[in-house]
Design a protein. Sequence first.
Lengths: 288, 270
Amino acid sequence: MLRSLVPVLTVVAAIVGLWYLAAIWMNATWVYDQAAREGREVMLVDLVTETLHQERPVLPAPHQVAKGLYDGFFGQKVTSKRSLVYHGWVTLSATLLGFVMGSGLGILLAVGIVYNRAMDMSVMPWAIASQTIPILAIAPMIIVVLNSMGVQGIVPKAIISAYLSFFPVVVGMVKGLRAPDGMQLDLLRTYNASAVQTFAKLRLPSSMPYLFASLKVGVAASLVGTIVGELPTGAVAGLGSRLLSGSYYGQTVQIWAALFAAALLAASLVAIIGLAERVVLQRMGLVR
Amino acid sequence: MRGWMKDRAENAGPVVEARGLDLVFQTADGPVQALKDVNLTIDKGDFVSFIGPSGCGKTTFLRCIAALEHPTGGSLTVNGMTPDEARRKRAYGYVFQAAGLYPWRTIAGNIRLPLEIMGFARDEQDRRVKDVLQLVDLEGFGGKFPWQLSGGMQQRASIARALAFDADILLMDEPFGALDEIVRDRLNEELLKLWARTGKTIGFVTHSIPEAVYLSTKIVVMSPRPGRITDVIESSLPKERPLDIRDSRAFIEIAHRVREGLRAGHGDEM
């Protein structure tokens, strides 16, 4: 644990250092403009302090983002419209619903593809085509169409989220369900096993490592889908709306804080699936 | 010992009967004759080895008996039924070259697999798993996962899996082919004991002459392109076979005849 801590911290320190340098460099123009207007010289010390403490910097410094995050999480009641906990929960709930819908659909499609020749020939091209359409283009249409049908709130966002997350699950599960080799299938044939038994006793357990790998990709895609789905809703709530309103009003710190909140959320979701993977595969004896 | 002698006397009908069996595979490069005019009778309690170079159709013939391949000509019966009917009646246990144990099941869980599929009651499953683990000398390993066992032990577990249900035919496709010679010798000795104790009819594919002669009551010599039987040798060796029987005169004579048969099969082709 300690051995891996040192290199990890070194990399983090390097990134933070580069970030500070970039912040000074990118925010310097504004400092020079201000100084020229006031007719004063800019010393190096002034440059550093002024570039790192602007209210609307081009690139906020790490400590500003950290403060934005801290204020967002702990600065007010979690029900406040300024709270990242509130917006994070709005995004998370739609993400989870979309993820469950998307993974469920992905697994069902994969089973269909493996067991039905017509689906095998026809579904995959459509699934691939669906992912080549920019989600940014299709998201507003889904919102508008569903809204005209009277569906509002969490469901339209969850559908966009599911739209992104079903694909990795389909691909992974098809591969996983087809993982058993001819010999293992022959063995079940000699037992005269039914198709359901072959699925439950061989194909499904074989697919578990593949399933978890694709669920990790899927949950991250779900979060992206939800955030994209929040953009055209008129910036009501959610991390996506925080990003949008931040960019409307030039609140770069707010944008970056929302970005980091989203990244933290994605990392936690992936970590939770990783944990479930460890537990399940260990109980199956697939991890030594 | 008592078991198989009695059974053999009572049940005169052949277990496997092949008459003029042909099998042609349609491949991208045109038809390939895998089996040509194969005639063979296997009686109850026989230990039949199939020996020959690769491509001679020995595995294919075994797979025909198991209804994993379908002959394109001739007739084949298993216990008086078509191979497919026999498969549906679970007439045989099949042991593949690789143990093919499920890595996510324990040894006991793997042996339980056919029993679960065939719908045995839970306590009956437990009893049978215990019995066959004892039969293949793996008591105490039921709770281990396959990767915790050596290759020889894994193969023994896969034999136990094939023995767990009541098939009286055991089909084995080079089961010890991937194991080293010392382990192989021991497993061969154990297999003979197991055969004597259970009275099963065994079909055994191998490409080792000593293995075939040591194990079999009947040795079927095959040759390739097209796969066919060139010689069927009834062994004159006694049922009790200690490992040192391989130095006896009778053993060496049979081995010689097998080698001659293999060479003759190759000669045609040249």
